[in-house]
Design a protein around this ligand. Structure first.
Ligand code: P5A
Length: 438
């Protein structure tokens, strides 16, 4: 992609309500544009990053045997009346009437709809377990949408739903998902801490939030540093090992302010290990048994012929929120550096084009073609502007590697820079190796 052709409306003008760095950066770098309060258009740069996040989430869901589907955004109010949540959900639900006067709503979540799909197709324990998921827009009419994509009204979520015969089996599904979340956030370059949580409007008695540390987060966090030493790679993908992993995490102190107890924190965590900061909830998982299957008649024949309500859990990841959360975790001193796994491009070529330097542009185009052939996703900054402006712009776009064609470049060697590190002078072959190796 040539930057001159790429639709990235970089701007200096910020609305006064852009209070946190991710919101400011996303607007400045032309990643999103607000269309009304808490509702955003995703412009090409922001959209590309969000799609990369979505793909990693998808791969890790598929890996544990969850199956992707797609449910609509608009739902009938009837199933919500059956579950009893139509009234409970309150003002956050956007209610709509169609031309026949039927009550509809823009889905804030999908427990009811997926239970309806399940009850009409699955009858026997032989078809269990099942995990279904989709990645779809949700709408919650938040009273105070704020912080850009972090707390908005329309947002993109991965939501998965598990169906099991017994509580015991359902906890196995829960453990698989717990593991999958740790792995997913790790691939996104984030250190997420699982914390046992309250269940709110989703319900149930077992729940974990996955929280990343950031001083602009909405929840206050108290945790023991040791939690970062747990390495998910040492656990196998069998239930015994996954249960052990969940217990290992639970054995280390990590809570949000709702569950905080100062005395216990000081007793259990030595001073040097105490983390007291803010955090952002990027995922939330729930086990609620038959809370929805019972009222909605999601029944299955068990082995002994009895009809029992299927045991369910639901598992959410805020995909659009993760774009903002990743920025909060990685944007420092005016420089954004995307983790390699979700960077909008693998590398950017920045030729010095001052004094109409066509030679540098030609060189850049040659490198561009060569890297493209190797399947490296490359951006060429062919915009005619001075180098200092270019660098400022790329500090916002955040591509982690730069090839600079400037005064220090030699005939076959170029300046290669990893953001926040020193420049090296390298041949194109050495650069390719670097881009591959990391
Ligand atoms: C789990 C999946 C649920 O909705 N039902 C289906 C369950 N959980 S949740 O915690 O309410 O939401 C899951 C994740 O979605 C993100 N999220 C938001 N992102 C942006 N703006 C919002 N207003 C918003 N609300 C929730 C969070 O990442 C949350 O963990």
């Amino acid at each position: 992609m040539y930057l001159s052709k790429f639709f990235v409306p970089i701007t200096r003008n910020l609305p006064t309500d852009a209070k946190i760095k991710s919101h400011q950066l996303m607007l400045r770098a032309g990643m999103i544009k607000q269309s009304s309060a808490g509702i955003y258009s995703w412009l090409p740069l922001g959209f590309k990053i969000m799609k990369k996040i979505e793909q990693i989430v998808r791969e890790e869901q598929n890996r544990i045997g969850a199956q992707e589907m797609l449910m609509p955004t608009i739902q009938s109010a009837d199933i919500w009346k059956e579950s009893g949540r139509y009234d409970d959900y309150g003002e956050e639900m956007l209610r709509i009437k169609d031309r026949q006067g039927r009550e509809m709503l823009y889905g804030p979540t999908n427990e009811e709809l997926v239970t309806d799909i399940f009850r009409s197709s699955v009858k026997s324990y032989k078809s269990l377990p099942q995990i279904l998921y989709h990645i779809q827009w949700k709408f919650r009419d938040e009273i105070r949408p704020r912080f850009g994509v972090m707390r908005c009204r329309e947002f993109f979520m991965k939501d998965a739903y598990s169906f099991d015969l017994s509580d015991e089996d359902a906890k196995k599904s829960y453990n698989k998902m717990f593991y999958s979340y740790i792995k997913t956030f790790n691939r996104l370059g984030l250190k997420a801490i699982p914390m046992s949580a309250d269940t709110g409007p989703i319900g149930g008695d077992l729940s974990h939030e996955f929280i990343i540390l950031a001083d602009t987060g909405e929840s206050q966090i108290y945790a023991d540093k040791k939690i970062f030493e747990i390495d998910f790679k040492k656990y196998n993908f069998d239930n015994e090992s996954l249960q052990k992993m969940r217990e290992d995490f639970s054995s280390i102190y990590a809570v949000t302010d709702e569950k905080y107890n100062e005395k216990m924190f000081n007793e259990r965590v030595k001073k040097a290990n105490q983390i007291k900061t803010k955090g952002i909830e990027v995922g939330h998982i729930f086990y609620f048994g038959d809370k929805y299957s019972k009222p909605l008649n999601g029944l299955i024949d068990s082995k002994d012929g009895k009809k029992i309500a299927v045991k369910m859990g639901s598992y959410g990841i805020g995909i659009s929120r993760l774009v903002g959360a990743t920025i909060e975790a990685n944007y420092n001193s005016e420089v954004m550096k995307w983790p390699k796994s979700i960077s909008p491009f693998d590398v950017v070529i920045i030729p010095n084009l001052s004094k109409n330097n066509t030679e540098n542009l030609e060189k850049a185009e040659k490198i561009y073609k060569d890297l493209k052939k190797q399947n490296i996703d490359v951006l060429l900054d062919d915009v005619d502007e001075n180098m200092s402006n270019k660098f400022k712009k790329h500090d916002l776009i955040g591509i982690p590697y730069q090839i600079i064609l400037g005064s220090k470049s030699e005939k076959d060697k170029f300046e290669f820079k990893e953001l926040n590190s020193k420049i090296e002078i390298l041949s194109l072959e050495a650069i390719k190796l670097k881009l591959k190796k990391d």
